[in-house]
Design a protein around this ligand. Structure first.
Ligand SMILES: CSCC[C@H](NC=O)C(=O)N[C@@H](CO)C(=O)O
Length: 700
């Protein structure tokens, strides 16, 4: 079992540089149908991509357009129309429904100050450029996926977007010549925000630009105790529909947490009346209006409890005002393989042209599939389960032309289009590749299923899966969350490690999403045991196959995956020869006072969100301390200074404990980085250190 692993830093960085060139797809829009002079019909497809630029130390965004000739049922001819163009300074952009105009929210630094503009483009002219910063109607425009939007009215006369509420200037009590319209003594008042990645986003407001008059107004009527976002124009532009998240008792982190109490609202433009359209006792997100403007589809899940869980697909009928559940929570995967809907966002356009069907891309076990839902019957069929394994992500669907991104562990993202078969048809989709990508040599992968031994069975659920590429050294990577999932898609770090000669086992322990709601509910109360034992069982099962050296196993995980990694080296002290933990959860008791999602403890230890630490939490904490004492494995910690989710003090606590125990430990501290450590320099430096830590401690 002789291993040939790359150990030279020069070679590893060269490989990283090579594989980091593959871009990922972030957006696609289908333009209107145009009839050529010869009678052929075509549409332009606009795509946006993101790529790491190691020289400039940033993720660059670029666009490329394609032309697709079709007969409304199938693609006749397709190809790129021109080269790529880098996009700079655009925070948001959107073509008008007719395709005649384009709106852009642009950020520009003028004389050292950040300014925001709202631009309207028509043909080859920028017809308007409105200085939003100078107008002072509101604060910064929201560009995030949580609240942000830029939406044309159906009439194409108005634009809707979300921005921070205008804040009056605050002045000291001792200001000798107070200015008008200032708030005295409010200089040091604390403003809550919406947590990780939404720092300084506190009180969003809905804003409307009247294009003709260049007039911006902030919509009135939205209750003060909710934050609006994900807005769009109601049928006939009579008002605006939006999701509102309640502030009470205080703002909890929203990132990776679609379980926050929220509802659908409608605010009328004439009277400013606000109406609640959904129950108010659940969490909703991602409302999308049907092409016939009659129905709104949205996702709903229970409030609190697991942060990510199986969603309901709900539908609100605009005219009857009735809500129906189209697809309910799925407890266990059905015989046909459908395991439920696990998503916190539907794609920007997701309706079929007949306003009868919905497309959802979401994890189904370890793969991400494209599901077709009939809204009248609730029937769900997979459009991709028979296609090559990997991950299918819907970018958009317009007039039944679907645009998707496909990738797998050995193939970077490629761009594909295909027509949705007509309702009732059993035809397979004929996918046409618009932008191909190369399958990487020397990387192979497969999905493995394991059943835990009877003593580790959990009567609530008993199945989990892992993925591995068969090489001679084993390195584990663990999903975080704990309610998230690793699907079989392209992952830069795993592909570089594979090309270096490592085998990667990516483990989805019981509690991961994509395997039914029962799997998710089986973990709360059992963290540190069920997840840890599942991973250990998966590793030992793979090792029993004899393809790997038992003395050369490393473990890596981030966040809750870091918590599991630290437990593994504590509970199995001789087993792992190297450990890497990104922003790991270490001390549950100190987490509650510092994370942006303290309610997390409800699911971990049945600890109530707003009471004081109870015996459960303290017991778990002591358990962590006990397992730490046994650690022998060298640990590399990578911490983000600005992490609001798992504050870096958690990792520092662990660092100090390991130092005291004289266990080799190295701590990497990344300023300006949050929980994901995804800035280009942090990610690349982190990767190099991880690769070298493993090669060093596996003695390669
Ligand atoms: C109190 S933090 C819990 C861990 C964290 N959960 C949600 O943010 C986590 O594990 N995050 C994952 C993503 O879900 C990660 O990889 O960062």
């Amino acid at each position: 079992m002789e291993s040939q692993v790359m150990t030279n830093p020069e070679d590893i960085s060269k490989l990283y540089r090579e594989l980091s060139l593959f871009p990922s797809l972030t957006r696609a829009d289908v333009g209107p149908v145009i009839t050529s002079q010869y009678g052929g019909k075509y549409s332009n497809i606009y795509t946006e991509w993101s790529q790491r630029d190691l020289e400039r130390n940033e993720n660059v965004k670029f666009c490329r357009q394609y032309i697709v000739f079709h007969d409304d049922k199938s693609v006749v001819y397709s190809g790129p129309s021109g080269n790529c163009t880098e996009i700079k300074g655009e925070l948001l952009s959107k073509d008008s429904p007719s395709g005649d105009m384009k709106a852009v929210v642009r950020e520009s630094i003028i004389k050292g100050e950040d300014k925001q503009f709202l631009e309207i483009w028509s043909k080859n002219i920028k017809v308007k450029s409105i200085n939003l910063t100078a107008l002072k109607k509101h604060g910064k425009v929201y560009e995030d996926d949580q609240f942000g939007c830029l939406v044309w009215s159906h009439s194409e006369t108005h634009l809707l977007y979300v921005a921070e509420r205008k804040r009056l200037k605050a002045e000291s009590f001792f200001q000798v010549w107070p200015s008008k319209h200032t708030l005295k003594g409010e200089q040091f008042v604390f403003y809550e925000d919406w947590g990780e990645t939404l720092v300084s986003k506190s009180s969003p407001v809905l804003c409307v630009l009247d294009i003709e008059g260049s007039n911006v107004s902030v919509l009135e009527g939205v209750p003060d105790n909710i934050s609006p976002g994900q807005a769009f124009w109601a049928p006939s532009d009579t008002g605006v529909v939006f999701v509102g998240w309640w502030h009470e008792p205080f703002r909890l982190g929203l990132k990776y947490s679609p379980n926050r109490r929220s509802s659908l609202f409608y605010v009328d433009l004439t009277g400013g009346q606000c109406e609640q359209l959904s129950s108010g006792s659940s969490a909703v997100c991602s409302p999308k209006l049907s092409p016939d403007q009659c129905r709104i589809i949205y996702l709903e899940c229970a409030v609190y409890g697991p942060h990510q869980q199986c969603s309901r697909l709900c539908m609100y009928d605009w005219y009857t005002k009735r809500t129906s559940v189209v697809v309910d929570v799925v407890k266990r995967p059905r015989e046909d393989g459908f395991a439920g809907i696990y998503s916190s966002s539907l794609s920007p356009l997701c309706w079929s042209a007949d306003s009868q069907r919905i497309l959802v891309s979401c994890p189904q076990g370890s793969r991400k599939d494209l599901l077709l839902v009939e809204t009248t019957t609730g029937s769900v069929t997979s459009l991709t389960s028979k296609s090559p394994g990997g991950s299918w992500s819907l970018l958009t669907i317009e007039r039944n032309l679907m645009v998707v991104s496909w990738s797998s562990p050995n193939c970077p993202p490629s761009l594909r289009v295909g027509f949705l078969p007509l309702g009732g048809s059993r035809e397979e989709v004929d996918w046409v590749v618009l932008e191909d990508s190369q399958t990487q040599p020397d990387i192979d992968w497969q999905i493995l299923n394991f059943t835990p031994p009877p003593e580790q069975d959990n009567s609530q659920y008993h199945l989990y899966l892992g993925e591995t590429s068969p090489w001679s050294l084993l390195c584990l990577s663990l999903s975080g969350g704990p309610h998230s999932v690793i699907v079989a898609d392209w992952l830069l770090s795993s592909s570089v490690l594979c090309r270096m000669g490592f085998a990667i086992l990516l483990v989805n322990y019981r509690g991961s999403i994509g395997y039914g709601q029962d799997s998710i509910l089986s973990l709360p109360g059992n963290v540190g045991t069920q997840d840890v034992k599942d991973v250990q069982f998966a590793v030992e099962s793979v090792l029993r196959g004899g393809a790997f050296d038992e003395q050369k196993v490393a473990v890596a995980g981030g966040s809750h995956g870091g918590f599991v990694a630290c437990h593994l080296i504590g509970q199995y002290p001789e087993f792992y020869k190297a450990c890497v933990a990104r922003n790991p959860v270490i001390n549950l008791a100190s987490m509650i006072g510092s994370t942006d999602i303290p309610d997390w403890y409800t699911l971990l230890s049945l600890y109530h969100c707003f009471s004081v630490p109870c015996v459960c939490v303290l017991t778990v904490t002591m358990y962590v301390t006990v397992v730490t004492i046994q650690v022998k494995t060298p640990v590399l910690l990578t911490l983000g200074e600005d992490d609001k989710r798992v504050p870096p003090k958690q990792g520092i606590e662990y660092y100090r404990a390991l130092k005291a125990l004289q266990v080799p430990v190295r701590l990497l501290w990344y300023p300006g980085n949050n929980h994901s450590l995804s800035k280009v320099d942090a990610e690349s430096d982190g990767f190099m250190n991880i690769a070298l830590w493993m090669t060093q401690h596996l003695s390669l």
